[in-house]
Design a protein around this ligand. Structure first.
Ligand code: NAP
Length: 191
């Protein structure tokens, strides 16, 4: 694994792993991921499919739809009408949802998933508490990372490097992340 990939690999893949584990994602599930093109969503799609999910639906702007298809998920545009578009993509119903986007995504998840124990948010923890959605629990561990590296070695999990910037451009990296759009992971390289 190149250093740039190693640098971007651990945080998002472990975050996605612990959230999907808490959701109990497995064989036969239809999973909805909000913010699917981001660093976290990119990992979550691949891990869910590796664990046997039947269908993964990922929300993103249209610019990222081909990217999401390439990861093996069904892209759906976020914004007004989201709930109807997800129902159309998953007429069988959505079993579980992971929110890596924000409050609207969490509220939509509540409308789409019958069991609120199968909803988690990476973003809106206060709203989750208000809505009776369990908090995200679990920690990053060496064992979790080892399992993820094994999936990477098997060709089932990779990260997408959006940009690799030198450390002196850390401020530019923050500015790029702050606009909240784009795909994959931004990495700082220390030379
Ligand atoms: N609690 C934790 O342990 C933990 C761990 C990791 C991450 N997080 C949080 O999880 C969030 C995602 O992290 P990340 O690293 O994946 O961020 P990121 O790489 O910056 O992802 C941003 C993504 O969000 C999408 N997006 C923006 N607005 C959206 C909306 N309304 N609905 C659906 N998607 C939308 C964008 O897609 P388009 O470009 O297509 O608009 C973009 O792909 C961040 O808020 C981060 O702080 C929390």
């Amino acid at each position: 694994m190149p250093w740039t990939v190693a640098g971007g690999f651990s945080g998002n893949t472990q975050g996605a792993h612990l959230a999907l584990q808490a959701l109990g994602v497995g064989a036969g599930d239809t999973l909805l991921i909000h913010g699917a093109a981001g660093g976290l969503g990119t990992s979550a799609i691949q891990i869910a499919l590796a664990w046997g999910a039947k269908k993964v639906i990922g929300t993103a702007s249209e610019a990222n739809h081909d990217y999401i298809r390439g990861l093996g998920a069904i892209p759906v545009r976020y914004g007004e009408g989201l709930i109807d578009r997800v129902r159309e993509a998953a007429p069988e119903g959505v079993d579980a949802a992971l929110d890596a986007a924000g409050p609207e995504a969490l509220r939509a998840s509540l409308a789409l998933v019958r069991d609120r124990n199968r909803i988690r948010t990476m973003v809106s923890s206060a709203l989750a508490e208000e809505l009776g959605i369990p908090p995200l629990q679990g920690t990053r561990t060496a064992e979790r990372l080892a399992e993820l590296v094994k999936l990477h070695t098997q060709g089932k999990l990779d990260i997408h490097l959006r940009r690799v910037l030198p450390l002196r451009e850390a401020a530019e990296a923050h500015r790029e992340l702050e606009h909240g759009h784009g795909r994959g992971k931004l990495v700082l390289a220390v030379h």
